[in-house]
Design a protein around this ligand. Structure first.
Ligand SMILES: [Mn+2]
Length: 342
């Protein structure tokens, strides 16, 4: 019999809509396992709404630590069974039976990172992450989803966390938002922080046969190429197979005030309102909680005319994200929230 799985994610007030979409998409796919949310600054109202659906935890004294150090946080909560780390910018579109079966067989289930960074690899990682052996060249994977058996890999989270701690804060995330191929493959070896740490470990201290890189159609590189087959069941297809997860990586996220810039007809945008607004959603959002381009009725309009909204977009303020909350009013009369991303 398969082990009990526990899902672990991270969110702050800004990520709440994405977190709700993740939660609802898990439940709609029959995943009633515990969802643990590391609270990085949710509001009291958001915590209250989550209470019946998720276990909200905090890391005392680490509120100000760098996000790069947080991904392996379940290490601090004595996990057991199957551990599933999952990003709150993900929509689950079919039951995760494949990755969970990998985990039950003792393998570490992951998805490839975007095809443009598939060969990211640095010899320097051996020293930088104090690896037990030089890193092999193998597929560079995404750290947004990792599933494994804690019994089989009892030290993985702690090892990953130790590797993350070796990333100097000033070298993490020091890359432009749009990444030229050269920069990804030859630039800063630590810009991807926790993800580089995970890959370095998987390339050296874990045997290759223990890693299950899921088929590329399960987590599409190009969301605009995804075909939404059935919004009711969340079924999507990509390059000949059914998708498992739609991952809206990088920023701004669709629910953020700058999200219209990336609003286009893609399956994540299509599914998002249909997941969080539906009557049988585990945790339902109100339409007014979504920016106009994510509402079912007006999304197409907003996506077609982004310039209509740009003039009114709030200017990000400096300072912490928590303090940078700004209400803005779009010309179409709807409200959205803006958080500085500086
Ligand atoms: Mn992500």
């Amino acid at each position: 019999m398969a082990e009990r799985a526990t899902f672990y994610t991270i969110a702050d007030a800004r990520y709440f809509p994405g977190l709700v979409a993740l939660l609802d998409s898990l439940r709609l796919n029959g995943h009633d396992e515990e969802l643990v949310v590391l609270d990085q600054g949710l509001t009291p109202a958001q915590r209250k709404r989550l209470a019946a659906h998720a276990t909200v935890v905090e890391l005392p004294g680490e509120r100000h630590s760098h996000p790069a150090l947080l991904k392996p946080y379940p290490a601090e909560f004595s996990p057991s069974g199957t551990v599933v780390l999952i990003d709150s910018d993900m929509l689950v579109t079919q039951p995760l039976s494949g990755p969970l079966a990998d985990a039950a067989e003792g393998r570490i289930a992951v998805f490839s990172d975007h095809e443009s960074s598939a060969s990211r690899w640095f010899a320097e990682w051996e020293q930088e992450f104090e690896l037990a052996a030089p890193p092999r060249r193998q597929r560079y994977v995404n750290a947004g989803f990792v599933a494994f058996s804690q019994d089989r890999w009892p030290d993985l989270l702690a090892r990953w966390r130790r590797a993350c701690e070796l990333v100097p804060a000033e070298r993490y995330g020091r890359m432009p938002r749009l990444l030229p191929r050269r920069a990804v493959l030859e630039g800063e070896s630590l810009w991807a922080g926790d993800q580089d740490a995970l890959n370095a470990i998987l390339m050296s201290e874990v045997p290759p046969e223990a890693i299950s890189v899921r088929p590329p159609h399960e987590q599409p590189d190009w969301l605009s190429e995804v075909e939404l087959v059935d919004a009711q069941t969340l079924t999507c297809r990509y390059r000949g197979g059914e998708t498992t997860i739609l991952h809206f990586s990088l920023g701004p996220k669709p629910w953020e005030s700058g999200g219209w810039r990336r609003a286009s007809r893609n399956a994540y945008f299509e599914l998002f309102p249909r997941v969080v607004l539906r009557q049988d959603a585990a945790l339902r959002l109100e339409p007014k909680e979504l920016p106009v381009w994510l509402r079912d009725d007006s999304r197409a309009h907003a996506a077609d005319r982004p310039s209509a909204c740009s003039g009114a977009a709030a200017t990000p303020r400096s300072g912490s994200r928590a303090r940078a909350h700004t209400a803005c009013r779009l010309p179409c009369g709807s409200r959205c929230s803006d958080y500085a991303t500086a």
